[in-house]
Design a protein around this ligand. Structure first.
Ligand code: S3P
Length: 449
């Protein structure tokens, strides 16, 4: 009987080799997931532009928040080491970000680039150049450039102002009411951040509600924020006054999702994932897995600095196929790759629709999940806006690729738990974008660590 999780360097990339016992593996015990990525970005950004000190506990030490921290440090913001138990950010005050001496690099992080653009565009007469890695430079930026331009911003980019690298000349902006064609928290937050320094009411209406961490945190920092849940609209009344706050970042439900699926699909498993954020705009994965009859319970619900938190218990379950579409999709957009893995072990055929946004994430997650799982023997069909997944086909070892996408890398690793033979995941180091130490935690929960 062999059981092995190994990382081999083929610098600059790593291949993760996963081989589990033929008679199966069981995940038990308690686990804490890293801090919520969305809340980590926002706490660093709002801390940077507020007046006074912001203290943050539980910050995600992944590559994405590190990109945010580096960008704001380059604009004159002082921060303590991100490794500190309490990270401190000395806010420069609204409107006081300095013109950086070099290009700002958001790395792999769409949240860093899109949210930051709202702030840069509203710093009159300052010039900024922004870029990112190959993935980010291929992702659409016109979705934020368009509304910012309507507010009076000057932004230039490649391919007719669609792609980074971008140049920004900050301006004094005018308020708008923007009807976003997509339910995107990055678009919504970008416009709200641009509205902070803008005199009057800046409103964003979205087709269905995306994550609302910005609204919650902006209000806590002192901004005048009005939310109309009936029309999915948020208004910021500027100019705002922001004061530094103390923030405790909950565990990321997007990271917890890997263990929820791992626990649900592996016989005998019983896992508790502690301290997970359960903001209702993020809990679509709990609803989806419960629709599939997963045995998941919420324990010890509480509120921590304005965000609901609980411990999640998952036990092995006989999953049933289900259909997912509509307003549920934005509430679980980042969890769909691992939900697709759960569907492979469900009885029946699962469909996921209205999820075309997945095509413009860190990679084209519809195409990549379909092609990589197919290589493992799965029966899965790709559609323009989703997937059809036939449950019950055994998976076999193969060599697959993360396409440099953290959530693809981790989703494939979870599929390995029920794969016969050896699974090799190329470019597995992508996991560190949102979950440093993922491989070691997987080994430990399986009793191999
Ligand atoms: C995020 C919003 C989502 C999500 C991303 C984080 C955020 O993107 O996929 O991982 O922190 O605002 P969209 O706004 O593009 O849907």
């Amino acid at each position: 009987m062999t059981a092995r999780i190994q990382l081999t360097d083929a610098a600059p990339h790593q291949t993760m080799t996963l081989k589990f016992p033929e008679d199966g593996v069981t995940l038990t015990g308690r686990v804490r997931v890293p801090g919520d990525k969305s809340i980590s970005h926002r706490s660093l950004m709002l801390g940077a532009i507020a007046s006074g000190e912001t203290r943050i506990q539980g910050l995600l030490l992944g590559e994405d928040p590190r990109s945010t921290a580096a960008c704001f440090q380059a604009m004159g913001v002082t921060m303590s080491s991100l490794e500190d138990e309490w990270v401190t950010v000395q806010g420069v005050g609204l409107g006081n970000l300095q013109e950086p001496a070099d290009v700002l690099n958001a790395g792999n992080s769409g949240t860093t680039l899109r949210l930051m653009l709202g702030l840069l565009a509203s710093h009159p007469d300052r010039y900024f150049a922004v870029t990112g890695d190959g993935s980010l430079r291929s992702r659409p930026m016109d979705r934020v450039i368009k509304p910012l331009t309507q507010m009076g911003a000057e932004i230039w980019g490649r391919q007719n102002n669609r792609l980074a690298p971008l140049s920004v000349r900050g301006r004094s902006l005018k308020p708008i009411h923007y009807h976003s064609p997509v339910a995107s928290a990055q678009v919504k937050s970008c416009i709200l951040l641009a509205g902070l320094m803008t005199e009057g009411k800046t409103t964003v209406t979205e087709p269905s509600l995306s994550r609302d961490h910005s609204e919650r945190m902006l209000r806590a920092f002192g901004a005048d924020i009005a939310v109309d849940p009936d029309t999915c609209s948020v208004t910021v009344n500027g100019p705002a006054t922001l004061t530094g706050q103390t923030i405790v970042v909950p565990g990321d439900i997007s990271s917890a999702a890997f263990w929820l699926v791992a626990g649900a699909i592996t016989p005998g498993s019983d896992l508790i994932i502690e301290n997970v954020g359960i903001n209702p705009t993020r809990t679509g994965i709990l609803d989806a897995l419960q629709m599939m009859e997963a045995d998941i319970t919420l324990e010890n619900p509480r509120e921590v600095t304005g965000e609901p938190v609980a411990d999640l218990r998952v036990r092995h379950s006989h999953l049933k196929a289900a259909s997912f579409s509509g307003d549920l999709i934005p509430r679980m957009i980042d969890e769909i790759p691992v939900l697709a893995v759960a569907a492979l072990f469900a009885e029946g055929t699962t469909t996921i629709a209205d999820a075309a946004e997945l095509r413009v994430k860190e990679c084209d997650r519809i195409a990549v999940m379909a092609s990589q799982l197919t290589q493992m023997g799965a029966r899965i069909e790709e559609h323009p806006d989703g997937l059809t997944i036939h449950g019950g086909t055994p998976l076999t070892g193969a060599t697959v690729d993360s396409y440099n996408d953290h959530r693809v890398a981790m989703s494939l690793a979870i599929a390995a738990l029920r794969t016969r033979g050896t699974l090799q995941i190329q470019r597995a180091e992508a996991a560190a974008v949102s979950y440093p130490g993922f491989g070691a935690t997987l080994a430990q929960l399986c009793g191999l660590g």
